[in-house]
Design a protein around this ligand. Structure first.
Ligand code: ATP
Ligand code: MG
Length: 416
């Protein structure tokens, strides 16, 4: 992508109506546009980051055996009444709307009921199970406070997977595999070592749900970390009774702030039973279906990564999610310099390397500041001087030092 053709621009001014560092940086770097509190649009560079996170999650869900669907955002009321979840006193942060004729609708905040209902039309025998179905789609929640930028949206992107199993053993095995798949996602995003599987409330069927919590000073959750066991206990379930159940001693645990980046639940047979979705076993007997649900906050992760990896100059994206691998700065407008920079841009692009090509008519300082703010992993400079010297200047975003390399060395360093 040539920056001369990108409509977004960076800004030196910290947006006055944003207190969250992630949103401040992402707005200043032109990755997102704030529509209103808790509601953001993704601009070209932001969309790339979001897509990259989404793709990592998709790959891990596919490896887990998940099958992707896309569920509707408008939901009929009657299926939620069957499980007794429609009323506002059951779910208090639901956006709802009405048809012109007065019929009430829900706007997707989770999807157990609609998906179970849809699947019900296809599930008859034990041969039709297990089923592991997921989607990556917008969710809407009428959050009381939305002051954490992308980390707490009123509209946000979530991956939600639902499992439908025949036996408790089948469910348990899948549930544990899902927990492992979640940790793989966090590893690939560079936050594996600061993310803890966490005992939390919200188990409808089991005693706990499992949250995945990433340490962060701006996190809204308080957790107690057991460093040796690499697990944590959420404050909401942190009682003497729970600690003794888990075999933990209070003094082994350290209090930390954290952000909930995922949450998985065992749901038992409650939803499928209520929606009258059963299967027949090998003996021809009707059996209940055991469900689980598995949420992972994709846009929240983008906000977390923006905040987690930033420094005083701006964003510092891990390569796995960066909107491009190389920020190519062209300085000077000698014809030969322009030609050399164009050639490198074409060469890298042809090799599948993402490049932001700063071909704009700006001074060096402005381009370097934008390279830093944008947080692209590698900055390459081509100037009249480097061309004459026969070198390329390479600097990694996280480091202060630059290197002078010849073309072969440059391409090798960039894995081309
Ligand atoms: P929280 O306690 O932070 O409000 P939750 O427990 O209500 O979240 P879940 O229903 O467990 O959220 O949703 C699954 C995942 O979706 C969460 O682990 C989180 O990563 C993400 N998520 C939930 N609410 C939001 C939100 N308002 N904005 C962005 N991501 C969210
Ligand atoms: Mg949760």
């Amino acid at each position: 992508m040539r920056l001369s053709q990108l409509f977004t621009k960076t800004s030196k001014t910290i947006p006055a109506d944003e207190t969250a560092r992630n949103a401040q940086l992402l707005i200043q770097a032109g990755f997102i546009h704030k529509e209103m509190a808790g509601v953001y649009s993704y601009l070209p560079l932001g969309k790339r980051v979001l897509d990259n996170i989404e793709q990592i999650v998709r790959e891990e869900m596919n490896a887990l055996g998940g099958i992707e669907v896309q569920l509707s955002i408008l939901q009929p009321k009657d299926i939620w009444e069957k499980t007794d979840r429609w009323d506002d006193d059951k779910v208090d942060n639901w956006f709802k709307t009405k048809l012109k004729n007065g019929t009430e609708l829900g706007i997707s905040l989770t999807n157990e009921e609609p998906l179970t209902n849809a699947l019900g039309g296809f599930i008859n025998s034990y041969k039709d199970l297990p089923a592991y179905v997921y989607q990556i789609h917008s969710k809407f929640r009428n959050e009381l406070r939305a002051k954490s930028g992308l980390m707490r949206g009123r509209e946000f992107l979530m991956k939600d997977l639902y499992s439908f199993c025949r036996t408790q053993e089948e469910h348990n095995a899948f549930y544990e595999n899902a927990a492992l798949a979640y940790m793989k996602v966090y590893d690939r995003l560079g936050i594996g070592d600061t993310t803890y599987r966490t005992y939390a409330s919200g188990g409808i069927f089991s005693k706990f749900s499992d949250e995945f919590q990433t340490l962060s000073d701006v996190g809204e959750d308080t957790i107690y970390v057991h460093e040796d066991k690499r697990v944590a206990v959420n404050k909401e379930v942190f009682t003497d009774e729970v600690l003794s159940d888990l075999g933990f001693k209070r003094e082994e645990l350290i209090e930390k702030r954290a952000v909930e980046v995922g949450n998985i639940f065992s749901l038992g047979t409650k939803y499928a039973d209520a929606l009258n979705v059963y299967y027949t076993d090998e003996q021809g007997e009707r059996q209940s279906i055991i469900m689980g649900c598995y949420g992972l906050g994709i846009s929240r992760l983008m906000g977390l990564l923006a905040e987690h990896f930033a420094d005083d100059k701006g964003l510092v994206w891990p390569e796995a999610v960066a909107p491009a691998k190389v920020y190519l700065v062209r300085l000077g407008d000698d014809e030969a310099t322009v030609k050399q920079a164009d050639e490198l841009y074409n060469r890298l692009t042809a090799a599948g390397v993402g490049v932001l090509y700063d071909d704009r008519d700006l001074r060096a300082g402005a381009k370097f500041a934008d390279a830093d703010l944008t947080g692209i992993p590698y900055r390459v400079v081509i100037s009249d001087k480097t061309r004459v010297a026969g070198v390329y200047e390479l600097k990694a975003r996280g480091s202060e030092d630059s290197q002078q390399l010849n073309q072969a060395e440059l391409l090798k360093t960039l894995d081309v």
